[in-house]
Design a protein around this ligand. Structure first.
Ligand code: 13P
Ligand code: SF4
Length: 372
């Protein structure tokens, strides 16, 4: 068996200096054989019991990890559901298989728990593209605006915010703030921000960030694909470009997309989000045909695919290591953690008390009717 403490096939030397998207890089977990996987899974089961731990995974991570999470009493979900599950579960240790902001959110909500991640370098282009000093500058210039930040940000950025939102509740929360006459300062995803603006008419000043994965979906190719599959429903995550969102039959969070496939009458679905979601979709809707939405693919000058390089850093080997050696622990300075708690708590209270508005906003206030 390969040495599991060396969990990666490919490592870049450490990059010093401020982190930015231009310097973004990711490691590739080592591929395990079937027997190595089985040994690793058994070892993780043992370690979970030993450390009173539970796995909280996102839909984009390796299918083996998702299956193991569910098999061992853990959870797989979207970023809002992960935050809730981690907060409410009695385990002393949460192993968050996802990206860094998900681990940080869990720690902020449960400071008394140990929060481990298979790799603390698993980040997000939205988080990396919204550095705290620049963000402070932006906020300082617009002191009269309500600051709403997407979950995909650092704890330090959340500490400056009035509200945190995820893709499953952003529309409903901004809609309500707009109804109350509040003007919004929005960060960091410009595509999600624009979608919310178009849906609600809210006055929103936008940060210019994007998800490097969803930004790759191409409207022209999507139109061609849809012509080949005229009865397919197009499901789009709102981090995608406006032209792609404009072609959607449904826009929503990862959980909402899965629900749309399970409940939908159509037999075919074109899916514009990270391809990791296909694993759970296939399990929950085995009779439906799922088609990946097109990116620039092989014709691009660099690799263009629908798979998040940071989500892909989660593997069975490094998950096992983080539990065994108790590394990859999320630690947030108290002053930041306490300030960041309020905007997350506010969102959780809102989602708990506004189920009707959330259900209404789930698929947008303005119905998507496809290509004009
Ligand atoms: P969800 O909240 O929809 O799971 O999205 C998180 C994310 O990072 C999507 O890229
Ligand atoms: Fe961030 Fe995009 Fe990866 Fe989601 S898919 S974690 S938004 S880089």
């Amino acid at each position: 068996m390969k040495n599991l403490t060396n969990s990666y096939e490919f490592l870049l030397p450490r990059i010093d200096g401020p982190t930015c998207i231009a310097k973004a890089w990711a490691k590739t977990p080592i591929l395990l054989s079937a027997s190595e996987k089985e040994r690793s899974r058994n070892h993780i089961r043992h370690l979970l019991k030993l450390h009173n731990a539970v796995i909280v995974a996102h839909y984009y991570v390796d299918g083996d990890i998702q299956d193991l999470a569910l098999d061992t009493g853990g959870f797989v979900g979207d970023s809002l559901e992960m935050a809730r599950f981690g907060r409410d579960h009695p385990a002393q240790t949460l192993v968050v298989a996802g990206v860094r902001f998900m681990g940080e959110t869990s720690k902020i909500l449960s400071p008394q728990k140990t929060v481990l991640m298979p790799d603390l370098d698993a980040n997000c282009s939205l988080d990396l593209g919204c550095q705290i000093l620049d963000f402070n500058h932006f906020c300082d210039h617009h002191p009269n605006r309500t600051v709403v930040v997407y979950a995909n940000t650092s704890a330090a950025v959340k500490a400056q915010a009035d509200w945190m939102v995820t893709s499953s509740c952003a529309l409903a929360i901004v809609h309500q703030l707009h109804q109350k006459g509040e003007k919004i300062l929005w960060a960091p995803d410009r595509h999600l921000g624009r979608y919310i603006h178009d849906q609600t008419g809210a006055d929103m000043l936008m940060w210019n960030g994007a998800c490097i994965v969803h930004d790759e979906f191409k409207a022209l190719e999507l139109d061609q694909l849809r012509q080949k599959h005229p009865s397919a429903q197009v499901l789009v995550h709102p981090e995608s470009p406006a032209e792609v969102i404009a072609m959607a039959d449904m826009v929503g969070s990862t959980s909402a997309m899965i629900k749309a496939v399970i409940d939908g009458k159509a037999q075919e679905y074109i899916i514009a989000t990270d391809q990791g979601i296909m694993h759970r979709m296939r399990q929950l809707a085995p009779s439906k045909k799922l088609i990946e939405a097109p990116t620039a693919g092989q014709s691009a000058t660099c690799k263009s695919c629908a798979h998040c390089p940071w989500m892909a850093m989660n593997g069975l080997a490094n998950l096992s290591n983080c539990l065994e050696y108790q590394f990859g622990e999320i630690d947030i300075e108290d002053s930041i953690r306490i300030k960041a708690f309020h905007c997350i708590e506010r969102m959780l209270t809102f989602t708990q008390n506004n189920s009707a508005l959330l259900a209404h906003a789930q698929y947008g206030f303005i119905n998507h009717i496809g290509v004009a």
